[in-house]
Design a protein. Structure first.
Length: 132
């Protein structure tokens, strides 16, 4: 029997579903703007594309840190809560990117993403140093 990482598996599944949702939103906007290739020069399609790419840029680091912390045995029960908040923040960011200017959902998503990355990195470092 292999190693079972329920938080990591759940996080990866949630990430896959959110990425799929973001991709569908890009496809819908491609249809609406009749843009088959490339982007629309900074318009709504570009914003949706950036929302998906931003998700893809940040989420692998979160998943790697979650897996490492879970493997260390130091992540229960707080790690699942962190993942849940992170995923909700990424949904908020995706929705917020539909606005032309700064939006509350986008700002919330950015803040949650940055705090999650920082918090997980600090926790992983402290675990690696044997301080927690």
């Amino acid at each position: 029997m292999g190693i079972f990482l329920p938080v990591t598996l759940t996080a990866a599944a949630a990430a896959a579903l959110i990425n799929l949702w973001l991709a569908v939103r890009v496809g819908q906007m491609r249809g609406a703007t009749k843009t088959i290739h490339g982007d629309d020069g900074g318009g709504p399609l570009t914003r949706r594309m950036r929302a998906q790419l931003n998700f893809v840029e940040n989420t692998p680091f979160v998943l790697i840190l979650v897996a490492a912390i879970e493997l260390s045995g130091k992540g229960n029960p707080w790690l699942a809560w962190v993942v849940g908040v992170y995923m909700l923040g990424r949904v908020a960011h995706g929705i917020g990117m539909d606005g032309e200017g700064p939006t509350k959902p986008r700002m919330i998503g950015v803040l949650i993403t940055m705090l999650t990355l920082l918090g997980l990195a600090v926790a992983a470092t402290l675990i690696a140093l044997g301080l927690i």
